[in-house]
Design a protein around this ligand. Structure first.
Ligand code: ZN
Length: 338
């Protein structure tokens, strides 16, 4: 059986997707019934396997001899998919120099869909992610969802449902993805082969415990290195205005990511726990001493307010000066008494 578990263009086996039993159960049921909706919306946090699943599902739809575990990996379609250039698989993403998916991308897609299909197998269009699909591109897509060309399926991957226009939401079959248990996150990280050889077990455990159940977030934290965590620790623990401005300036590059707030939130959570006198496990166990001294500066209510402020800031749109200002204000406030 020529079937990959991930990382290449090889068709992916459904069984290689860990910890998403509910979503996989729904997809297996749809596949077996032969009644495949025109539009699917895979939703859930970033980095928990939605894109990998969307690709595996697309491969299974296009494959000539799929079974209960997805695409066969041997047929002509699978070999083309493995080569990375199957004409029936379309992937729509936001161009790097654009803030959202442009309407031209949807028009170009229409033109391609109006041509004769490459083979008698279905055509699948992946939107990675659909969060970048704003009006009016979303409106242009509605027609495709309402009257899809024969044997054409759209799979939209969304990290936040609130960003997907309601008109699109109501026309898609929704497949929910959940954050994963810590053991599964660790298992996935160890299996990726993407771990740096300098990554210690302690670094791995810290990344897992700060990941909120997202292997993608844990990998991003490990890739950012311990420097990012140390930077936030210094910002919260030692008052230095010039260093704070310098730090938020350097953080600007990372703040676009949805998971940019995972590290500071994990530290504030630890500060709140320690200030309330808890001796229980904290996420940043290796920083317990520094965090312990800083935690005494405020009451638990004060740290809870700081955490709420950071959560609100994390929901502000990225790339905006106000968001950076809010982070600076929060760091300065964390050194006050209230
Ligand atoms: Zn196949």
């Amino acid at each position: 059986m020529v079937r990959s578990t991930g990382g290449t263009g090889m068709p992916l086996a459904f069984s290689s997707i860990l910890g998403q039993e509910r979503a996989m159960g729904l997809l297996r049921r749809y596949s077996a019934s032969g009644r495949i909706a025109a539009g699917f919306l895979f939703h859930g946090e970033e980095g928990i396997g939605k894109e990998k699943t969307a690709r595996a599902f697309a491969h299974a739809l296009i494959c000539r001899e799929p079974d209960d575990d997805g695409a066969c990996g041997r047929c002509r379609e699978c070999l083309l998919l493995a080569g990375g250039g199957h004409p029936s698989l379309f992937v729509i993403t936001r161009p790097e120099d654009k803030a959202s998916i442009p309407i031209e991308s949807i028009r170009k897609l229409w033109e391609e869909l109006s041509l004769k299909a490459f083979s008698d197998r279905p055509r699948v269009i992946l939107f990675l992610p659909a969060d970048d699909l704003l009006l009016p591109a979303a409106n242009a897509l509605l027609k495709t969802l309402e009257e899809p060309p024969p044997s054409t399926h759209l799979v939209l991957v969304a990290h936040r449902l609130s960003r997907v226009p309601a008109t699109i939401l109501s026309r898609c079959q929704k497949i929910p993805f959940s954050p994963l248990p810590h053991e599964t996150v660790e298992e996935i990280l160890r299996a990726t082969g993407e771990m740096d050889e300098n990554c210690t077990d302690e670094m791995l455990r810290t990344a897992v415990s700060c990941s909120g159940g997202s292997p993608g977030r844990a990998l991003a934290m490990l890739a950012a290195g311990d420097e990012s965590r140390r930077g936030w620790l210094r910002a919260f623990c030692k008052f230095d205005a010039a260093a704070t401005f310098k730090f938020t300036e350097s953080w600007k590059k990372a703040e676009e990511r949805d998971d940019a707030f995972a590290v500071p939130l994990s530290l504030l959570r630890d500060l709140l726990l320690l200030s309330s006198g808890s001796n229980g496990a904290i996420m940043n166990e290796d920083m317990r001493n520094e965090l312990g001294s800083a935690a005494a500066r405020k009451s638990p209510a004060g740290w809870a307010r700081a955490m709420k402020m950071l959560l609100e800031t994390s929901r502000m749109p990225p790339k905006q000066f106000q968001r950076r200002l809010a982070v600076e204000a929060l760091i300065f406030r964390s050194h006050g008494k209230d």
